[in-house]
Design a protein around this ligand. Structure first.
Ligand SMILES: *[C@@H]1O[C@H](CO)[C@@H](O)[C@H](O)[C@H]1NC(C)=O
Length: 215
């Protein structure tokens, strides 16, 4: 009752002048574009690893239980940084060889490596294995592989990397690499007590590794 008689209260005029609003919106838009551009150009991507070749200088395995393997091999492994603006720093990188998930060489530590954008880096670690025990389950499989003439060895890479662009450096990521390498050691007599490769074998593989990075 009597409400219709009240005059509408004029809203207080807190309005901001339009040019200021457009100015702020324009500034935020440009800022957004800059951030988006930086994000798109910096979004780090993992490097690609490739086994170039493997030289097996010795391979000596006992043909009955306990299965013991001693092998030495030199692995040439390369890494390519495919990013055009971001450099990579590798730390605590270690390589070793496995057969059926069993480690058959010692770990080899690669030096701290700085890799520029688009750069190709090659390492040639010499992996040594003095008498690694092969499980009773894997032993007979290894004998079959040797009779067949080909052994699938996986070169494993474990380490850490961080990305750098300009003065900014990312946190460390863990790196895991998995590089299958089929090595063919020629005729090895598994009927003797020790199956021993007769000579040094060099394999050109150019086999890509599967690489994962994780925080
Ligand atoms: C193979 O290994 C066994 C045991 O370690 C050793 O006695 C033998 O001399 C080795 N053979 C060759 C050719 O290195």
């Amino acid at each position: 009752m009597g409400d219709e008689e009240k005059a509408p209260v004029p809203a207080p005029d807190f309005s901001i002048p339009k040019p200021v609003i457009y100015g702020v919106l324009g500034f935020l838009g440009v800022l957004g574009l800059v951030v988006l551009t930086i994000f798109l150009s910096l979004r780090p991507s993992k490097p690609s690893f490739t086994i170039q070749d493997i030289t097996v200088s010795s391979f000596n395995v006992s043909t009955s239980q306990p299965y013991r393997l001693s092998t030495n091999m030199q692995v040439t492994i390369s890494s390519r940084n495919t990013m055009s603006r971001v450099a990579i720093i590798y730390r605590e990188m270690e390589l070793y060889a496995t057969y059926r998930n069993e480690q058959i060489t010692f770990r080899y530590s690669l030096p701290l490596t700085y890799q520029e954008h688009n750069e190709f880096v090659v390492w040639s670690p010499y992996l040594e294995g003095h008498v690694a025990a092969i499980s009773p389950i894997s032993g007979p499989v290894l004998m079959q592989d040797l009779n067949y003439g080909a052994v699938l060895v996986i070169i494993k890479i474990e380490g850490r990397l961080k990305f750098r662009v300009g003065g900014w450096t990312s946190a460390y990521y863990r790196l895991y690499g998995h590089c299958p390498a089929m090595i063919q050691l020629g005729d090895m007599d598994t009927k003797k007590d020790f199956a021993v490769s007769a000579k040094e074998f060099k394999f050109l593989l150019v086999q890509n590794c599967h690489v994962e990075i994780a925080r």
